[in-house]
Design a protein around this ligand. Structure first.
Ligand code: PLP
Length: 388
């Protein structure tokens, strides 16, 4: 690399301190035999208390938590599950694996989350659930979704993988409202265990069902050895991973505060740039700010490829906004989901990790500003050209 090239700014990176490494080392040294579940139980308790739900089950991934939750709700062949076209594949894959059909609907152009009107229009006699993904930490309109769901007597599920730290007006946290909520502790997420996830619910029967599913179908109350009561899954978290999670949960307020501070710095810089929108944060709500994302106004004519080229030239690891799921080869294209298909063509995820400096943030926003300045210059030249 050129010696004078600026240092690479990564997209995300976990915040790991002496606390997490000490707990992980302790779990590796002592967390066996009678103590083999100690960190798991503690992590579940810390997480459940933070989110504000009665029950939590640590899993090997968010995808696994979603798979078991949907299975416990009885979703299977012939059923339809509504979700936003703007999503990570992890939300749709479990629906597919259960033999049900993911029905992808358009997003609201402000929240980038499910448009409740489109949800209502997509409901059929086969609809069995709505999955509300709080994308990039932005909150879905849960009041509207819950009203639709209760009219049709179906559950709303929250995929809160990206919404640690996000909270509704009434103070409830993302993930605590749905029939169940799911979280991810993948290395890119606000809280990490390397890989991992969590299933949360207030429904004790659903909790017990998923607990059984998560342990090869063996019910907690089953006294016979090696006696599964149903065909289950194996989506458990290890004690060593949970130990890292315990360290993260002891630092949860600081982890969220830092993500929000980075988002705030971005807002300070970018709110002053006309034609660029960052994640919304409606008054009274809290955006956990997992992923600060910039959307350029269509009128600027700045395309995704140009944005990506500018960031890679500045040695900044910025990422594309989620492609609409329905544009992927294994699904039926739904270009009528206009916002889900349009917004990614003129948007970018900005780097956001705890150890970023203000100078790093300034370098990122300088690229945003240069893109807008160049677009305005281009428009200006075109006007002059047509006037001459
Ligand atoms: C990260 C993510 C997931 C998947 O999490 P895993 O732990 O990798 O399974 C699911 N949904 C959304 C919205 C995500 O961002």
């Amino acid at each position: 690399m050129n010696a004078r090239a600026p240092e690479r700014i990564l997209y995300t990176k976990p915040s790991i301190t002496e606390l997490e490494t000490r707990y992980a080392a302790d779990a590796a040294a002592t967390g066996w035999g009678a103590k083999c579940y100690d960190y798991i139980i503690r992590f579940e308790d810390l997480f459940r208390t933070h989110i504000g739900t009665g029950f939590a089950i640590a899993t090997s991934s968010c995808t696994g938590a979603m798979h078991m939750g949907l299975a416990a709700l009885g979703i299977g062949p012939g059923d339809e599950v509504i979700l936003a076209d703007t999503n990570w594949i992890a939300t749709a894959a479990p629906i597919h694996h259960l033999g049900a059909t993911p029905v992808m609907v358009d997003i609201d152009p402000v929240s980038w989350c499910l448009d409740p009107t489109k949800v209502e229009q997509a409901i059929t006699p086969r609809t069995r659930a709505i999955i509300a993904t709080h994308i990039y930490g932005n909150l879905c309109d849960m009041d509207a979704l819950e009203a639709i769901a209760s009219r049709h007597n179906i559950p709303v599920i929250e995929d809160a993988a990206e919404a640690i730290g996000s909270a509704f007006r009434d103070g409830r946290r993302a993930g605590a409202r749905g029939a169940f909520g799911t979280f991810s502790f993948h290395g890119t997420k606000t809280v990490t265990t390397g890989e991992g996830g969590m299933f949360v619910t207030n429904d004790e029967a659903l909790f017990n069902h998923v607990l059984t599913l998560s342990n090869h179908g063996r019910a907690k109350t089953q006294t016979k050895q090696f006696w599964p009561d149903m065909v289950g899954f194996k989506y458990k978290m290890s004690n060593v991973q949970a130990a890292i999670g315990c360290g993260q949960m002891e630092r949860i307020d600081a982890l969220i505060a830092r993500k929000r501070a980075i988002f705030g710095r971005y807002r300070d810089h970018i709110d002053a740039i006309e034609g660029v929108q960052l994640n919304p944060e409606p008054s009274g709500t809290v955006n956990g700010a997992w992923m600060p994302t910039a959307v350029f106004d269509r009128s600027l004519g700045i395309e995704r490829e140009v944005i990506q080229t500018a960031f890679s030239a500045a040695n900044i690891d910025a990422r594309v906004f989620f492609h609409p799921l329905s544009s992927l080869p294994m699904f039926t294209p739904r270009p009528d989901n206009v916002h889900a298909w349009d917004i990614p063509t003129r948007a970018i995820n900005l780097p956001s990790y705890h150890d970023m400096t203000d100078a790093d943030i300034a370098r990122v926003t300088a690229v945003v500003r240069e893109l807008v300045d160049a677009a305005n210059q281009r428009k200006h030249n075109q006007l002059k050209g047509s006037a001459a």
